[in-house]
Design a protein around this ligand. Structure first.
Ligand SMILES: [Mg+2]
Length: 155
């Protein structure tokens, strides 16, 4: 399957990064304008999950919406991927319109960049206790469903 991974809040810990960089004091209206994205910690469980998804044979891409007000962050995100997820180099898509992506699964923690209109399955990461463990289970189920469908309706 083609699977898109959001960055902030999915493979990159935006919330923790804001805390570590002193941008979460409540007065800060737009932390994404000031955050140094190159220093974001990796989200708990994300590395292991990416390795597992790759071992399952899925084709992974990163789909991230970079902050429009901080062009430097666009570069920082690219460098961050090089450093933490080298297998996803050159598989980075920066977009404010995730509904236009073509693929099977989108793993994303927010709903305001077209995620609900994505034509595949949107896994709303972080909602209803969905973390990486649950996400891997959901993907295995989707994969099995698709396999069953192929058996029922062979090409
Ligand atoms: Mg996000």
């Amino acid at each position: 399957m083609i699977i898109y991974l959001d960055m902030d809040g999915v493979i990159s810990d935006f919330k923790l990064a804001c805390e570590l960089q002193g941008l979460s004091n409540g007065k800060m209206k737009a932390p994404d304008k000031y955050l140094d994205f190159s220093q974001n910690p990796v989200m708990f469980g994300a590395k292991e999950a990416v390795t597992a998804l790759e071992a399952m044979g899925h084709d992974l891409y990163i789909a991230s919406t970079p902050p429009w007000r901080q062009p430097k962050a666009w570069t920082d995100k690219r460098l961050w991927v090089d450093k933490h997820f080298p297998t996803l180099r050159r598989k980075v898509i920066l977009t404010h319109h995730k509904n236009l992506l073509i693929g099977d699964v989108l793993i994303d923690d927010t709903s305001y960049r077209g995620q609900p209109d994505f034509k595949g399955r949107w896994i709303h990461f972080g909602s209803n206790g969905i973390g990486w463990k649950e996400t891997l289970e959901i993907i295995k189920n989707i994969d099995n469903e698709m396999l069953q469908r192929t058996k029922l309706y062979p090409l």
